[in-house]
Design a protein around this ligand. Sequence first.
Ligand code: ADP
Length: 553
Amino acid sequence: MLGRMMDFPLTLTHLFERAERLFPGRPIVSRKADRSLARATVKDFGVRTRRLMSALEGLGVQPGTRVATLAWNHAQHLEVYFAVPLMGAIVHTLNLRLHPNEIAYIADHAEDSVVVVDASLVPLLEKFIDKVPWIRHVVVIADGTTEVKGGYLDYEKLLEGAEPRAELPQLDERAAAMLCYTSGTTGNPKGVLYTHRSTCLHAMAVCLRDSLGLASMDTAMPVVPMFHAAAWGIPYAAIATGAKLVFPGPHLDPASIVELMEGEEVTLAAGVPTIWLGILDLLDRDRKAEKAHDLSRVRTMVIGGAAAPPAMIDGFKTRHGLEVTHAWGMTEMNPLGTVARLKPDMVGQAWDTELPVRATQGFPVMFVEHRLMDESGKALPWDGKTMGELEVRGPWVASSYFADEGKDRFTETGWFKTGDVVTIDPEGYVTITDRAKDVVKSGGEWISSVALENALMSHPAVLEAAVFAAAHPKWDERPVAAIVQRPGSDVSEEELAGHIKDQFASYWLPDAYVFMDQIPRTSTGKFLKTRLRELYGDILLVTSQPPPAVKAK
Ligand code: ADP
């Protein structure tokens, strides 16, 4: 046994102590509810996190206890992100955009016993708290505008009254650190337990130059909520590297985000495509109005969670000189899986050649393996054409769901079935054509809704496009396109059909177009196709009825 390496545990304790020792001066900036900016340093964060540990211990939190958060992105949320796992307990990020009944189901299923909640979200908590018998303490992060009600604990007062915990416990790297639920668009939401090991390895992967390349020189802004798959691991990776952190709080409108990117000199921001579609639209409008923005410090905008339309990647680059990094991931994988990086022989080509590569979901980051399978479990070729289901495995891929539900996604050979329908090209690049549940199957043939959406969103009058399956008497299903026009545009169905007709076989083209003010969104900001199907799924059967109107929220 002599001569081997140390069996050093991969725990968040290391990332935390490293930041305290090496990067105490690095800033953590949070936008508060009243829009003002709260500024702290990693040193402050360290002391406060240690105080929080003592305070939570006083509330009876022990190894394995689930401590839930119901909060926007800010420094206190980051403190909970560390304090709870550092005690060997499990931080459970509740999705504040879900229906209270769904949150109740999730909090009950997770057996959350403490909830740390933003003052502005207490009314939401009160809609479901009675349905979760496990909750023993509610800790409120006050925003200065409201009093913390009797019976609830005040986060700041708790910290004031607690000594910073000096010694951190030694943890097993396989201990659970965080619990995240998938949104459960089909069936009940399912919990995924991230371990210290998976979270640390994932944080390191986020820092690889061929991945997101997060480093101490960066200023990282996770626009993606901290309740959506650990904000894609960015808070952990930023603390690990000493990158400056900027949290947008509850202000996620394009103008607020752009203002923060400019003012705080953000170098890397991350979020879902719907956020960036709004930002691109704002930048385009401001450019026309000759209102300048200085985004010269932005190194890249990481876009994932749903397909980034090529027209958006192109618009950012050619009109604003901004680079998009397209990435794919899942709650079940901490969540990063693939990143659309160019390989060296692709660099220096014309933008028209580069764009289609940047618009793929990319190839796996180190330690993630992927393969393409058919319905019978046979491997399919990597020819860039054959569609099949993407399967993945790796040290930050879940091996089962929390409390053992949904076993059918985990194969006996140790691969996880993603439920994504994709092609893989000979270089290993993945292109997502659909989620299995969104696929349009017309007369037995698969039609890629994502490819149609991308083509439609390249029309200058189209702000958003979502293609979904509508029932059809002859073909079972046919594609229908939901369209949101840019303000001031007036494009016809015929013009849109003409715009995309040369790019697809004729049987791929949508049978109908419906125009609306906003495409319904999921709780994580993706297009909600199940809702489109509920509203318009019969449109091709009942043509005499005008479709119901969908109004913006
Ligand atoms: P939810 O089920 O709540 O949407 P996730 O955020 O974990 O939960 O969703 C993961 C799924 O999101 C993937 O399986 C895939 O379908 C989709 N997705 C993630 N990133 C991308 C991307 N870059 N392009 C297309 N689809 C994506």
